[in-house]
Each structure stands twice: as C-alpha cells, then as structure tokens.
Design a protein around this ligand. Structure first.
Ligand code: ATP
Length: 235
C-alpha cells in the first residue's frame, strides 16, 4: 500500500536502508567505517567544523552506496540477463561509490592525520630506529619463521602457497622496518599501502587465501617489531 503519512514514508526509507545493509556487504563495511570514525572522533576531540566535514563525507558515501543499490535493483528488474547497457549503468553507479569513498578518505586523512600522527610517532619512537644489523636480522628471522610455519602447516613451498603467505610476511616486515627507520608516519602509511598491494596480489592470483595473507601480515609485522625491540633492549 502506498504510504500517506510521514511516519509511513519514513518507515519505508528505513526499510530501504535495512534491506541495503542486509544484502550489500559494502554497505556494512561503510557503516563499520562510520562507526570507527565516530569512536575516533570521540577520543581525538576534533573541532565542530572538522566533525561537520567528516559527517558530510560519511553521509555522502552512504548515500552513494544506497543509490548504487537502487540502480542495481532497477537494472536487475529490467535486465535480468546480460546487457551492455545494464553493465554501464551498474559500473557507473559503482564508480559513484568509489569517487565518494576516495573523497571521504582524503578528507579523513587531512583532518585526522594531525591528531593521529603525533600518537603514531610516539609509538614508533618507543621501539626506536633500528640499526643496520637489526634490520637484516629482523628480516631474516621473518623469513625463517615463515618457513617453519609453512612446514608445520604442511602446505605450499617456501615461495608459493601455504600458511602463512611469505610475500605478505616479508612485505609487512619491510614496512615495519621502514616505518621504524624513518620514524615518519606518512612514509609508514605509504609503505604499509605497498605491503597491502603485494598481499592483495597474492589473493588475486589465487595463490593464497585471505586467512593466509592476514596471518602473513601479522607474522611479518609482529616478528620484525619483536626482534627490533629485543635488539634495542640488548644494546
Ligand atoms: N545484467 C547485467 N548485464 C551486464 N553486466 C552486468 C549485469 N549485472 C551485473 N553486471 C556486471 O557485474 C558487476 C557486478 O554486478 P552485481 O549486480 O553483482 O553488483 P555487486 O557485486 O552487488 O556490486 P557492488 O559491489 O557495486 O554493490 C557490474 O558492475 C557489471 O559490470
């Protein structure tokens, strides 16, 4: 039945948001990111203007995802089979979400970096700048731990497949070493982004599962940080 009262229209709108959250994993990721941002804002005490800018960016991403979901539903209704125009409609709608998400990420970076970077810098300083020997030993230990874990899990070879992903472990080990050597949050984020890309490529090539890649990333980061902390304590 067509809603006539405002409350019924509002209920339909909320139903739409709930349906999108139930059926679209990306919608859930966006809500999780929004929740994380709210918690961060609470702790970092951003200014009202900064909060407004962040809230508008987040609302725009959620809006774009809802519009994308609506376009997908209409396209599936009118063109259940493959059609080049259906593809264009869905791809353009998805492009809208990507654009909004990139805008929100840039806004988030510009506003939150000045609050988070000093805390991150302090955390890096706690482990300190590694020596040349510490760097070499840390990366060698990462490789040895990966080989041991792979042989224990009984799958894959030292260079391909198995638990954990060696590429992810070494990439994150290097990102940890570079982060500590430079003590620079921006360089740290950029090297972590490179490590994520290396890890993601192992997923795309179907050489590793998500679990193997995540465990690789944790192993590389944790082992490198642990060895460098030990080096600092024994100095
Ligand atoms: N009927 C169709 N005709 C042609 N291509 C289609 C059709 N349906 C889907 N596609 C292609 O598959 C892609 C994914 O479409 P799908 O409906 O599975 O969306 P989705 O996986 O929910 O996407 P999103 O991550 O944007 O929510 C589209 O971007 C489009 O390239």
């Amino acid at each position: 039945m067509k809603p006539t009262r405002f409350i019924d229209s509002a209920n339909c709108a909320i139903d739409g948001i709930l349906w999108a959250s139930r059926t679209q994993p990306h919608m859930r990721y966006h809500f999780l990111a929004a929740l994380g941002l709210l918690v961060a804002v609470l702790f970092l005490r951003v200014t009202p203007l900064e909060f407004t800018l962040l809230a508008v960016s987040v609302a725009f991403v959620l809006f774009a995802e809802l519009m994308n979901t609506a376009v997908e539903a209409v396209v599936d209704l009118v063109s259940p089979g493959y059609h080049p125009l259906a593809k264009i409609a869905k791809d353009v709608a998805a492009g809208g979400v990507l654009t909004a998400a990139i805008g929100a990420a840039v806004m988030g970076y510009l506003i939150l970096s000045k609050y988070i970077f000093p805390i991150y810098k302090e955390a890096l300083a706690m482990i300190g700048t590694p020596t040349e020997m510490g760097t070499v030993v840390a990366l060698l230990v990462v490789v040895i731990v990966v080989v041991i874990l792979k042989s224990l899990s009984g799958r894959g070879t030292p260079l391909e497949g198995g638990l954990p992903s060696g590429h992810a472990a070494v990439a994150f080990g290097i990102a940890t070493v570079v982060s500590l050597s430079t003590q620079d949050p921006l360089i740290s984020i950029l090297t972590i982004a490179l490590a994520v890309m290396v890890s993601h490529s192992r997923l795309l090539l179907n050489i590793h599962t998500m679990r193997e890649v995540v465990l690789g990333a944790i192993t590389g980061t944790a082992v490198a940080a642990l060895v460098l902390t030990l080096f600092r304590m024994l100095k």
